[in-house]
Design a protein around this ligand. Sequence first.
Ligand code: UDP
Ligand code: MG
Length: 316
Amino acid sequence: MNHIAKLAIIIPCFNEEEVFPQSLKTLIALRQKLIKKNLIAPASELVFVNDGSKDATWQLIEKAHKKSAFVNGICLSRNFGHQEALLAGLYNTTADIYVTIDADLQDDPDVIEQMVESYYQGCEVVYGVRSRRNTDSFFKRNTALLFYKLMKILGVELVANHADFRLLSHRAVAAMQSFTEKNLFLRAIVPLIGFKSCNVYYERKKREAGTSKYPLKKMILFALKGISSFSAVPLHLITLSGVIISIISFFLMLWTIYAYTQGSTIVGWASLMSAITFFSGITILFMGIIGEYIASIFIEVKNRPTYIIEKKTSEQ
Ligand code: UDP
Ligand code: MG
């Protein structure tokens, strides 16, 4: 290892005054330990992103910064949300490697050491993966599982049981910046960046203090955002059902005409049935075709990078 990397730990905080002092202490000690082991540079910092907290979180961050210069804060003008706060931290800090972790430290900060080691072994993205979710409620565990399954069916690549606890190299963050979409669902964007990646495993702990900032409503909205911003499959499904219903209605029409010729129908029934089946099939099919165009607009509008170069012969 010829160059010791500067690490920035990015911590989004939304009303975290209760858990902040404890988390700060733990992270300062961790930073100290990693510097001593020569794993990270002494310039390494902790960056707390205050996401529009209504409590004393920002005052605590400022106080911590006065005490130790390596503790830095970024204060957002209002509550933008977890994903947005993470990006604010990542894009406004200069470092060689970045680790993002929740303020409650439910994700074991001790595995950051393993993450950094993986970086030196050539990984540009290191995913923190929960080996067990037994501290989560039955409900949260199973809805999460269902969500990962659904996303897989919809063709979105996700690392199962990985949330937003991960290491990103400077290059990976730069690549992420070329994803200009506004609908943020980082855990689905990161696998699209490419580069060598690996997993480290840990057990998720209970929240030490304060309450979850992700109530059910936010969780559902987050899941919907994940689906609608990453998958056009629901739109393709409309086309598919349009085709199927059109075929069925065609046969239904033939059958009503046949029934009519047999004289076994009430006057007006056959023509009415034919019109209904014909037009419902056509309507859904046409909606599907419009959906296909919307799907392409959706892909274009996201303006994602068409490619990301990892290296060139001249740089080796
Ligand atoms: N968070 C944030 N903005 C929000 C909601 C949450 O920055 O609008 C932060 C929060 O402070 C924490 C992280 O996102 O650091 C995850 O939140 P939490 O631990 O409450 O979620 P849970 O672990 O219950 O899913
Ligand atoms: Mg939490």
